[in-house]
Design a binder for this molecule. Structure first.
Ligand code: MN
Length: 214
């Protein structure tokens, strides 16, 4: 099966006032949809056309060179956004607050405290010049923050080296492309990041941490 656009796991207005409905509508229905369409177009007629997106990204080095750039951008965009929708939730239904259990312990161990972690993550978001992502990754049972340009992500490490950040398994990702926040926040990326903490679905991130480290 070619890739398909996953439905949002909540209504498009559910993350307001932190992320507005129009931004969600365009971001999911236009931007993410375009990554899906263009990834399918690039992979059509190759043995990779029915492969899982995660496999495509981890084996990017084996993708024919003439389509590798398009696959990097668009299958990358598909995977990144699929994660992004899932690690958010409305504040009325699990969004915001703080991590718990093993994930909290790992955050405390890697960064000192949850507040210290948030500060470092926000600093990485502010420091990413232009478009890209900030990641919290599981790397050998511990946690690292890294950031990547465009639609690159740590799963691509084998193919693109240091451009893939820490090369671990992302369990939390923040989209810092202007299309993710410009309608509501214009140039104020730090305000978007501050608001975004109110919609992070920590129980989902905890599940992904468990999966990545078990
Ligand atoms: Mn985006």
């Amino acid at each position: 099966m070619p890739f398909s656009l996953p439905p949002l796991p909540y209504p498009k207005e559910a993350l307001e006032p932190h992320i507005d409905a129009r931004t969600m509508d365009i971001h999911h229905g236009k931007h993410h949809n375009a990554y899906v369409t263009n990834a399918n177009k690039a992979l059509e007629g190759t043995p990779w056309a029915t492969a899982d997106v995660e496999l495509v990204l981890t084996k990017l080095r084996e993708i024919p060179e003439k389509i590798r750039g398009a696959v990097r951008n668009n299958a990358g965009g598909h995977w990144n956004h699929s994660l992004f929708w899932n690690i958010m939730a409305p504040p009325s239904n699990g969004g915001g607050g703080a991590p718990a259990g093993n994930l909290l312990a790992a955050i405390n161990s890697a960064f000192g405290s949850f507040d210290d972690f948030k500060e470092k993550f926000a600093a990485a978001a502010a420091a990413r010049f232009g478009s890209g992502w900030v990641w919290l990754c599981a790397v050998n049972k511990t946690l690292e923050i890294c950031s990547t340009a465009n639609q690159d992500n740590p799963l691509m490490h084998d193919a693109i080296g240091p451009a893939a950040g820490c090369g671990g398994m992302p369990i939390l990702g923040l989209d810092v492309w202007e299309h993710a926040y410009y309608l509501n926040y214009q140039n104020r990326r730090p305000d978007y990041v501050t608001a975004w903490w109110n919609v992070v679905n920590w129980s989902k991130v905890g599940e992904l941490f468990t999966k990545a480290t078990s």
